[in-house]
Ligand binder design. Sequence first.
Ligand code: M6P
Ligand code: ZN
Length: 201
Amino acid sequence: MKPKVEHNTIVQPFSVGWDPNDGIMDDPDNHIERFLSKIKGMFLDVDAADAYLTEQGDVKVYEVYEKTIPQRDGEIQFCSSITHPGQIGGEYFMTKGHFHARRDTAEIYYCLRGRGYMMMELESGEYVMEEMYPGRTVYVPAFYAHRSINVGDEALISLAVYPGDAGHDYGSIETAGFKHLVVEKNGKPDVIVNPRFGKVE
Ligand code: M6P
Ligand code: ZN
């Protein structure tokens, strides 16, 4: 049987409003909200996450607004990425992070608000971190897992743009995490090696 090709669905031209102050997109098709209670396992100090939940309740760590674009070569995905400020056991609030399912696809992030880092890591654990602040664009090359980390005290807001058929692969990140984590040390961001990296639970 021939594979089903989606190319007969043509996307109509459109535009969308998007507020650079709060990152909220008008009329999104998807609004993904990640609450601490659901993603606490990605922080190194899960006891600190539990204590946070008990003392301060559940909070939104990050959220994404997007329009639905067909996942195919030739289209472009774009979304508004909002990572809120906060820390768990000294580790800054961040996105889960992912590889692209199609590994040979890149992504750009154009930062509009806040202060943070893009952590980019190869499967081998080699990493590069780039600063994010308004007016700065980060190029995430193909093959790098990537995660936004908010080291400031307001939301870190970026526009992310990537190939239509890139997809998301969370597999190894959900089990082993990133090899490098960013924590606050003496009031400043510092990189530490994740003691859980490479250990499948
Ligand atoms: C950015 C983009 C999205 C991604 C989102 C949240 O906006 O890279 O593709 O989904 O961040 O990050 P994650 O998927 O790692 O949770
Ligand atoms: Zn991506």
